[in-house]
Design a protein around this ligand. Structure first.
Ligand SMILES: Nc1ncnc2c1ncn2[C@@H]1O[C@H](COP(=O)(O)OP(=O)(O)OP(=O)(O)O)[C@@H](O)[C@H]1O
Ligand SMILES: [Mg+2]
Length: 227
């Protein structure tokens, strides 16, 4: 039978520590299999699964890389369980968020589930009357029990097309993660002043739950094109 993984949110810290310690004594093969399974179920593509901090160029934004590595080590940064990676297209936000996820899964021995979500797509899947909506049962939807994960990436806030309905869904997701202190990395290429256009209840949660990392540097896509 497949090994039960932990509900991060509902497990007291001492219990988590004791279990981690116990499971760290398991044969390397068992730990590796659990890490592989957790990563396979994370929502990352095969290409994304090969991303590692070590293979990235950190010269464009060494500070952002330092913060992301620190977050990957601890699952928090400066007492907050979230990072908001903000910056122009192509500066490496998604890549850094994925590096954090992969490092975190390895550090935790795959004990907690993790979830990578393209925010716009996940919200669209919630839309009632969407063709195929009934194909996904509520319990299978990636947003179900999202706060039980050991880490969640909400990718590309800037791609979410706003409407009253969308804002309500966004609020529900953020509020659930916020209340459960679920480690969360949000990426966005929306200028910070535009973030201020979101509902105040939402921006207040964003800033309470995350450390803002404003990224700069070149667009890696253009840089590669010019190389
Ligand atoms: N630190 C890095 N070193 C080398 N290549 C990188 C680095 N960061 C990103 N890249 C490459 O640059 C491209 C763009 O990166 P990424 O998708 O992470 O950017 P982004 O900031 O999320 O962009 P967008 O706002 O368009 O979503 C990818 O092909 C990625 O492999
Ligand atoms: Mg991106």
């Amino acid at each position: 039978m497949a090994e039960q993984r932990l509900i991060y949110r509902d497990t007291p810290k001492e219990v988590l520590e004791a279990l981690r310690h116990k499971r760290a004594q398991q044969p390397a093969k068992v730990i590796r299999a659990r890490i592989d399974r957790t990563l396979r179920e994370s929502g990352l593509s095969d290409r994304q699964l090969s991303i590692r901090f070590e293979s990235l160029d950190d010269s464009e934004d060494p500070k952002a890389h330092r913060i992301c590595r620190a977050f990957a080590e601890e699952g928090s940064f400066q007492g907050k369980y979230g990072l908001l990676l903000a910056g122009p297209p192509g500066c490496g936000k998604t890549t850094l968020a994925i590096s954090i996820m992969i490092e975190r899964v390895h550090r935790l021995g795959g004990l907690n589930t993790v979830q990578f979500l393209s925010l716009a797509e996940a919200i669209e899947q919630l839309r009632p009357n969407r063709p195929g909506h009934n194909d996904i049962s509520i319990t299978e939807h990636p947003l179900t029990d999202i706060s039980a994960n050991g880490l969640v990436i909400l990718d590309d806030l800037g791609m979410v097309k706003r409407s009253e309905w969308v804002d309500t869904q966004l609020y529900r997701i953020i509020d659930e993660l916020y209340r459960a202190d679920t480690p969360t990395v949000i990426t966005t290429n929306v200028a910070l002043k535009e973030l201020g256009d979101l509902q105040p209840a939402l921006t207040s949660r964003f800033f309470a739950m995350t450390t803002l990392v404003e990224m700069g540097g070149q667009d890696f896509r253009l840089k590669r094109g010019n190389a």
